[in-house]
Design a protein around this ligand. Structure first.
Ligand code: GDP
Ligand code: MN
Length: 387
């Protein structure tokens, strides 16, 4: 669950990281009194779940009310890489002496938390990592011991922080690490972490992702999910309790069980196709659940063909077939389906499908055959005979 900048800053403040006070608003009319209360100059910032807002014109300094009105008006409604700006964050503008970078995340391959720090912040950190990797300090942390102040000072010094702010940077790193652990975040990133001319160390930006599976431990964070900016199909899936992840291809994929779905994605990719989603109907899917899943799949306009890959264990092939038949009776899909049914009651399931003679449904015996068929169908090639 990704947080908007101002929400991330709320969590930062909770753990003692220095941030500027500000206000989130959704209209120019609300921006004016907010900025007046904060005091000029202010910075007006687009709140969208995507980086590079500054470069896109979504971060502007305003010296007075006239500038504020102009920038707030321009940024509200702006489209930043497909994300429409509905909320602005207005905070008192900071003076900047240096822009650093800091983050905490889980390094899965090392199975340890990783703290990163660089004095080359503000810009594209990926560029720093690629072109001057020695300027990005990477330090693994013992998850049981946590990040000590001494270690944090060492990171700040190694990264080349100005000597007089080593302690300030270390405090910020310790606080950021605490945000990451205490809030069950998967990522906590500050870019830039600034040093002001008064030598204060402060988070000017915040990028925080929370672990959705741990949200039950943080009732105070439950309101943070940005349902307005969330993909509407993902939101619906969440409400219906279906595992659904939107991808950017054109082949809808449904399987039962995360392992099967993941291998289906791989097989489709190997056959030259691009999955449009990851949809796991779960174990014990009945007809009703299958219907729901078909509905979700087809809600995505990008889907040109659908692959149903069901391995019957607890899930019964005949139930899946009934669900599909019921779904087709109601929804009348306009795109072709490839169905591979295997396992419990598969013979019965295939017989039901054949009897129903659903238009535009193709049977496949193996996963590879199913993948090849669906890739061909998605690219508009006609196949010989439906099921
Ligand atoms: P991003 O482009 O989405 O990463 O948005 P940021 O919040 O990081 O802002 C982009 C850039 O705008 C920063 O790197 C700063 O250079 C600049 N900026 C943001 N806030 C302020 C501010 O309060 N004062 C000044 N002088 N510059 C700011
Ligand atoms: Mn930034």
């Amino acid at each position: 669950m990704d947080l908007l900048e101002y929400q991330g800053k709320q969590l930062f403040a909770r753990h003692g990281l220095r941030v500027s006070d500000g206000k989130a608003v959704t209209s120019v009319a609300d921006a004016v009194p907010a900025a007046n209360a904060i005091g000029y100059p202010v910075v007006v910032k687009a709140q969208v779940l995507i980086g590079g807002r500054g470069k896109a014109g979504g971060v502007k300094l305003a010296a007075d009310e006239a500038e504020l009105r102009e920038h707030a008006g321009n940024i509200l409604g702006m489209d930043i890489k497909g994300h429409v700006v509905r909320t602005l964050w207005i905070e008192h503008a900071s003076d900047i002496a240096s822009e650093y970078y800091a983050s905490v995340l889980l390094d899965r391959s090392a199975k340890q938390p990783l703290v990163m720090f660089s004095v080359e912040g503000g810009v594209d950190i990926e560029e720093v990592a690629e072109q001057t990797p020695e300027k990005l300090i990477r330090c693994h942390v013992d998850a049981l011991a946590g990040l000590s102040r001494g270690e944090a000072q060492e990171i700040a010094r190694k990264g080349g922080a100005d000597a007089d702010v080593v302690d300030g940077v270390a405090d910020a790193l310790v606080a950021l690490y605490e945000v990451w652990t205490a809030e069950d975040a998967t990522l906590a990133e500050i870019n830039p972490l600034i040093v002001t001319p008064q030598r204060e160390v402060k988070a000017l930006d915040a990028k925080v992702s929370l672990d959705g599976n741990a949200l039950y431990r943080h009732p105070e964070n439950q309101g943070l999910s940005d349902s307005e900016n969330e993909d509407p199909i993902e939101r619906r899936a969440k409400e219906e309790g279906v595992q659904y992840v939107k991808l950017d291809g054109d082949i809808g994929i449904l399987g039962n069980g995360a392992g099967l779905v993941m291998s289906t994605l791989d097989v489709v990719a190997r056959a030259g196709g691009r999955p449009a989603n990851f949809l796991d109907a779960g174990g014990g899917s009945d007809a009703e659940k299958i219907k729901q899943a078909v509905d979700l799949l087809l809600a995505n306009d990008a889907v040109k063909a659908v692959l149903f890959n069901i391995f019957g264990g607890i899930t019964r092939g005949d139930e899946v077939a009934k669900g599909l038949i019921a779904a087709f009776a109601e929804i009348k899909p306009s795109v072709p389906f490839v169905v591979r049914l295997d396992g419990t009651n598969d013979v019965e399931g295939r017989r039901l499908l054949q009897e129903a003679a659903l238009p535009n449904v193709y049977a496949a015996k193996t996963m590879n055959e199913a993948a090849e068929k669906v890739v061909a169908l998605a690219s508009g090639q006609p196949l010989e005979a439906p099921a």
